[in-house]
Design a protein around this ligand. Sequence first.
Ligand SMILES: Cc1ncc(COP(=O)(O)O)c(C=O)c1O
Length: 427
Amino acid sequence: MDADSAEELHNSPHEKKSWPDAKPTTADYTSFENHPGYLILQRRKAEALKRNISIPFFLTNDAANSNNAVINGRQYINFSGYNYLGLSGHPQVTSAAKAAIDKFGTSVSASRIVSGQISLHVELEKVIADFLGVEDCLVFVSGYNTNVTTLGHLFGRKDLVIHDDMAHNSILTGCNLTNAKHMTYPRNDWDKLQQLLSRHRGKYQRVIIVIEGTYSMDGNIPDLRKVVEIKKRFNTLLMVDEAHSLGVIGEYGRGIGEYFSIDRNDVDIWMGSLSKSFASCGGFIAGSRPLIEYLKFSAPGFIFSVGLSPPDTAAAMAAFQVLQNEPERVSKLRSNTEFFLSLAHEAGLDTGMNNGAPIIPIFVGDDLLCMQLSKRLFDQGIHVQPVIYPAVKHNDAKLRFFITLQHSKEEIQFTVTNLARELSELG
Ligand SMILES: Cc1ncc(COP(=O)(O)O)c(C=O)c1O
């Protein structure tokens, strides 16, 4: 199960948790056996078992997460990882991480504000700021925590955060942490967003719109130019989460800003993850010097947490360097994505809201059917995860294919052929 689905299993807007019918006793509150979330999990596992469906989550991979995975000794064509550019496992990235361990050890052993800062942190932040064309950058130990602590910290009682109705859980959690009001609009519905702003902009001091550079459930790239126009009209701030767009879209992999050729300063907060294209772990915020300095001295998830580990920092920096030296990696990824999409469309498969990003949903509908389809493909050596309720609404299940530049045309062809056949057999 990937990070998105794992979060959503226990924190889904589609599932209401409730106590079992009997009135809870004190014992229910002093152990986890009757925790409502745990009971729901057990019920869902039992339902799957009854229908002879093995749980496709937490499979153990014995290799780098690339176009292939090795599970229980068998090699699979793998569409379940975010190693878009093939940089996790790349020799230059691996040796940079090893050299960093030799020099700095495996941990920086303190928060950066006290004694945990190493030269690699400062160098990586400069590399990212230059890559994006902004003044400064700050790296955090987790991409998820980057959103949580940034949103949780920057906005207060008199502010408003607006995001779409399917925003990533890290954005929702950040909103829940603030004292700011938050409101949602249907994804990509710019008229609704403007109606919301017309009605509410005047009641708040700071208002921030948060969008994602590529929506990770659908491979959908939102119209950033339109959002910039709206933010200017209503005098708001804008944050873009580039977890699944940096390294992936734009001619040189510089993300949605490059894709739409917008002025970098039109976005106030650029957020990114180091765990997708950049072969590491952690996240960052990039933007103006005052924004970064303020976060650096005060964001709780930064100052009360350890600095990014030396191998993670070095790996991310090497990944940025490889990408800058080899921009053709991005076009190879694009070509694989286009190939997959063209075959899928030829076969009449429904790729939903995908508009060109290397995350390709194949709409199935029924949860059970989706699990069966995933299992059938797995038996044929293809590893792709089902996205089912409660990660998505009932009867909205899909298989989600993450494309990497490492996939060969033959692997893609084999996969789509089998996918189309199995789906039609399952009806
Ligand atoms: C849109 C989005 N933001 C943030 C994150 C969190 O990033 P990380 O997995 O690096 O913690 C994810 C993770 O998949 C994501 O999809």
